[in-house]
Design a protein. Structure first.
Ligand code: GH3
Ligand code: MG
Ligand code: MG
Length: 357
């Protein structure tokens, strides 16, 4: 007899308590090219299935101790197992057995005495279904993998592997809401590499990229598992520290600052030293009402760090921050006063812009 294509390597487990039946089936199945395994009772069948799952089970219903119905129920109830088609062997007149067997999870049945042509057709059809099922599972797995890759790419900065800005913004909203709900502190650190443009100008853009990657690695090493770090813009990074008060966030930023200061960035044999500036804010704080305010506060503090010499950590609403803000305000009011006095002499501010027609 010709070997069915889909059955070439299929292994069929024959379960029957009558040795003669087992031998008869085994001889026939092997003559069709199938591999076979055998079990003389339900328990043995379960053991064998758990050891190596066959491609199909030809299962007798009437067996002492554990009958075929129970064996089918246990196999189909075991989520660890792959899909194994079960064909029940039932007596011709046992309609009840057939219904019970199908309900227990059997996929098909064949009546005894077995008609071998029918058995062959049923085996073929069940093995075809199994193959389709496996193809479907494989496609589903590939789809899940592709989705996971897409999700990762849409949330990650390609250069540094940290969160990208869009993802950071989603994160910070969630984390801030979470902190408020639990009434737990939440800190935000903005940091920016100092004079980074000169890295590109001196060593080239690729060296700049290498510095950004190494900088991200320093951040990653310093962060706890629950913290998040992301690339906010070109050479500007944002760190989110849940459960962290302002003092602790400043200490943390200071530690990172020192790490960066003492680190030698390398690129193709060149050693590059750089520093970074940090602005730190935290909630709860009387002047930080919402998430945007938290980010703005850290950003304002970073601005002050840059203005006051770089390679510094500035805390929002700290003495240095407030002094600088006060200076800025008095500069601004001086400028306004000068403009007003100029205007009071009837000279327009645009006067100097060009000749009058
Ligand atoms: P400051 O201390 O004021 O921050 O000075 P800076 O030079 O770091 O800042 P500036 O904003 O003047 O320049 C930032 C530079 O960062 C300019 C831009 O070309 C560079 N940059 C931004 N993104 C990337 C990147 O992905 N790779 C590289 N190599 N350079 C980048
Ligand atoms: Mg910079
Ligand atoms: Mg910048």
């Amino acid at each position: 007899m010709e070997i069915p294509r889909e059955a070439e390597a299929a292994c069929i487990l024959i379960v029957d308590d009558h040795e003669d039946n087992v031998e008869l089936l085994r001889a026939r199945l092997e003559s069709w090219g199938y591999r076979t395994e055998t079990a003389g009772d339900g328990e043995q069948a379960l053991e064998q299935v758990n050891r190596t799952a066959p491609d199909l089970i030809l299962l007798d219903v009437m067996m002492p101790k554990l009958d075929g119905i129970e064996v089918a129920r246990r196999i189909k109830g075991n989520a660890q197992l792959p899909f194994i088609p079960i064909i029940m062997q039932t007596a011709l007149d046992a309609t009840e057995n057939k219904v019970e067997g199908l309900e227990a999870g059997a996929d098909d049945y064949i009546t005894k005495p077995i008609d071998f042509a029918e058995l062959k057709a049923r085996l073929n059809s069940m093995l075809r279904i199994k193959r389709l099922q496996e193809e479907l599972e494989e496609r589903e797995r590939q789809l899940l993998e592709a989705n996971e890759r897409l999700r990762y790419m849409s949330q990650t900065d390609g250069l540094t592997g940290l969160d990208n800005r869009r993802h950071l913004e989603e994160r910070i909203d969630e984390m801030f809401e979470h902190a408020k709900r639990l009434n737990e502190p939440f800190a935000c650190v903005m940091c920016d590499l100092d004079r980074f443009k000169s890295v590109n100008d001196t060593y080239g853009h690729q060296a700049g990229d290498a510095v950004l990657k190494q900088f991200a690695k320093i951040l990653r090493n310093e962060l706890r598992q629950i913290d998040r770090a992301g690339r906010y813009g070109g050479e500007e990074f944002m760190l989110l520290l849940p459960g962290t008060v302002l003092d602790a966030a400043v200490t943390f930023a200071e530690r990172v600052r020192k790490q960066v200061e003492s680190h030698t960035f390398t690129f193709e044999g060149a050693s590059i030293c750089r520093t970074a500036s940090f602005g730190v804010s935290a909630w709860p704080h009387p002047r930080v009402k919402h998430c945007d305010g938290l980010v703005r506060a850290a950003d304002d503090a970073l601005y002050v760090a840059k203005e006051t010499g770089r390679n510094r950590v500035i805390r929002f609403d700290g003495d240095e921050f407030n002094e600088h803000q006060a200076e800025k305000r008095s500069d601004e009011s001086r400028r306004v006063a000068v403009r007003e006095s100029v205007e009071s002499f009837g000279i327009s501010a645009e006067l100097g812009d060009g000749p009058r027609g």
